[in-house]
Every structure is written in structure tokens, then in C-alpha cells.
Design a protein around this ligand. Structure first.
Ligand code: XIL
Length: 299
């Protein structure tokens, strides 16, 4: 196959990218994105601050620009993200307790109603675990509303759009030996045992010298799949974009039947949130990097 999306589709998977609405007028960007990828995640436009800038006043203009571009170009869409400690609008940052809990519920309902039946996977909750060795939840205003905030978010999401796969998404959970990975595993196991509706786990996979790729990523993906959830690589970028590491990550997904697909977090290095790491598959001029060829050959 000659594109990432078509090659991934040979095994029933997808290959996606983050799309920024502000770049949809850049024809180098859109021509690569339209050609290579068959899944789209809005890089920022479906986040809480973008979709509910004032309490109860939803704004889907930027989100819909990304959504409509994706659908018009034949792509599926991952929704990102409904409940998160970061990129909250000011009004939400200032809430706590039962008022914040209700605002979270109302936000999930409002956004999911707008996209009902249109989103393949939703990242319902993003980044709820702490870094380091504690295995604890991350302290946040949402966490302080009570430890059950995550399951409430998932139950709300299931009722709002039963057709979407509901994912928990996090970073530094790719290495099986990390405490954060084990904490996320225990939560997903508990949710499956108690019937909390969760369908998938997203591994952001921002690999760099501080949190490097390890070959046990495949074990991690398989162990989560064995709990009865799908897995996905949701925000892949790798410092320096070594071709061999990109190939290994691709093979890890292909080795796990329940790995739905891979999304890279941007198109060209210059589009990356970590552009100084040159972590993506395309050069700034739009040409393909060695990592691109390695991924295509691995698919
Ligand atoms: C990043 C975006 O790429 C940036 O443009 C923005 O300034 C901050 O957020 N984990 C996530 C993504 O779940 O939403 C983040 O995206 C990167 C880390």
C-alpha cells in the first residue's frame, strides 16, 4: 500500500493524526493529511475550554471545522477530551465540589449530544493518574470532587452516546513496569469487574529521553486487551523520530489483536507541540522522513 491509512486498513486498523483547525488553510499540511491518514483527532478544538468557554454556552465552531474537514475527506474522528484537569475554561477552574461534579456531567452531555453517533472513540477522561512512583490519582479539582469522578464520567458518556467507544487516555503508561501503568491497569480491571462502561484505553505514547520507548509496550497493550478492552496508540511522537522505534511501536500495535490503530500527534515536525524534538513522520517541507518509510513497511 502507498499510504499509512490504506496500509493500516489491510489489518482492519486505522492510522490517524492530530489536526489543528488553524492549519486547514495550509495546502501542504492538508494535502499530506488528506492523503495519508484515515482517522483524525482535534488537537485542541474539542477540549473543555474550546467547547464550553462559558458555563452552559457551548461553542463547536472550531471543533466542527476539524470534524467537517475529516468527514469531507473520508476520515473517522476520535473525540478528545471530555474530562481533564488541563485546558479547563476559567469558570470550571473556579468550581469545586458538587457544583464542579455537575458541571462535568453537563459538559459531557452537551458535547456528546452535539456529536451523537458521529464519533468512533471518545477520550472520556484524560490523564487522571499522578506521575512518579505513587500509583495515586493526580490531584486536581475533578479528583477532589471524589474518587468516583471517573466512573461517573464514563456512565454519563455511555448514556449520552451509546454508539461511541469510551476510552480512558493517559501518558507514561506504556512501560509495563511503571507504577502509573499498574495503577491504570487496576482501575480498568475494577471497572470491568463492576460493570463501569469502559471500552478502550488510549496510550498517548509521547516517547522521549525522559520517558523512553521500551519493548515491553507490547506486553502492556496485550495485558490491557486481556482485561476485555480495546487499546489504541493515541498521540504518538518520538524524540528524534528514530525509524527503528517507529517500526517497533507499529509492530507492537499489529501484534495485539485488540489494538485499534495508531494516531500520531501532528503531521510535520513543525506542527508538533514538541517541534524541537523533531518527533513526527514528515519534514517541515512536507517530505517523508525515514520513520515514515519504516512505519509504512511495518504496517
Ligand atoms: C497538547 C496540544 O498539542 C498543544 O497544542 C496544546 O497547547 C496543549 O495540549 N496530552 C494530551 C493532548 O492529551 O491533548 C496534549 O495536546 C498533549 C499531551
Amino acid at each position: 500500500e502507498s499510504t499509512l491509512g490504506a496500509a493500516a486498513a489491510q489489518s482492519g486498523r486505522y492510522f490517524g493524526t492530530a489536526i489543528a483547525s488553524g492549519k486547514l488553510g495550509d495546502s501542504t499540511y492538508t494535502s499530506i493529511a488528506a492523503r495519508e491518514f484515515n482517522m483524525v483527532t482535534a488537537e485542541n478544538e474539542m477540549k473543555i475550554d474550546a467547547t464550553e468557554p462559558q458555563r452552559g454556552q457551548f461553542n463547536f465552531s472550531a471543533a466542527d471545522r476539524v470534524y467537517n474537514w475529516a468527514v469531507q475527506n473520508g476520515k473517522q474522528v476520535r473525540g478528545h477530551t471530555l474530562a481533564w484537569h488541563s485546558q479547563q475554561p476559567g469558570w470550571m477552574q473556579n468550581l469545586s465540589g458538587s457544583a464542579l461534579r455537575q458541571a462535568m456531567i453537563d459538559h459531557i452531555k452537551g458535547v456528546m449530544a452535539h456529536y451523537k453517533g458521529k464519533i468512533t472513540q471518545w477520550d472520556v477522561v484524560n490523564e487522571a493518574f499522578a506521575d512518579g512512583s505513587s500509583g495515586a490519582r493526580r490531584d486536581s479539582n475533578l479528583q477532589r470532587t471524589g474518587n468516583d469522578w471517573i466512573e461517573v464520567a464514563f456512565r454519563t458518556a455511555r448514556a449520552a452516546d451509546p454508539s461511541a467507544k469510551l476510552c480512558y487516555n493517559d501518558y507514561n503508561v506504556e512501560n509495563w513496569n511503571w507504577a502509573k501503568t499498574q495503577a491504570m491497569y487496576a482501575m480498568v480491571r475494577d471497572f470491568k469487574q463492576r460493570g463501569v462502561p469502559i471500552d478502550c484505553v488510549g496510550f498517548q505514547s509521547h516517547f522521549n529521553s525522559g520517558s523512553p520507548y521500551d519493548s515491553n509496550f507490547r506486553t502492556t497493550l496485550q495485558n490491557f486487551a486481556d482485561l476485555g478492552v480495546d487499546v489504541a496508540i493515541t498521540e504518538l511522537d518520538i524524540q528524534g523520530a528514530p525509524a527503528s522505534t517507529y517500526a517497533n511501536v507499529t509492530k507492537d500495535c499489529l501484534a495485539v489483536e485488540r489494538c485499534l490503530g495508531i494516531t500520531v500527534w501532528g503531521v510535520r515536525d513543525s506542527d508538533s507541540w514538541r517541534s524541537e524534538q523533531t518527533p513526527l513522520l514528515f519534514n517541515n517541507d512536507g517530505s517523508k522522513k525515514p520513520a515514515y518509510t519504516a512505519v509504512l513497511n511495518a504496517l
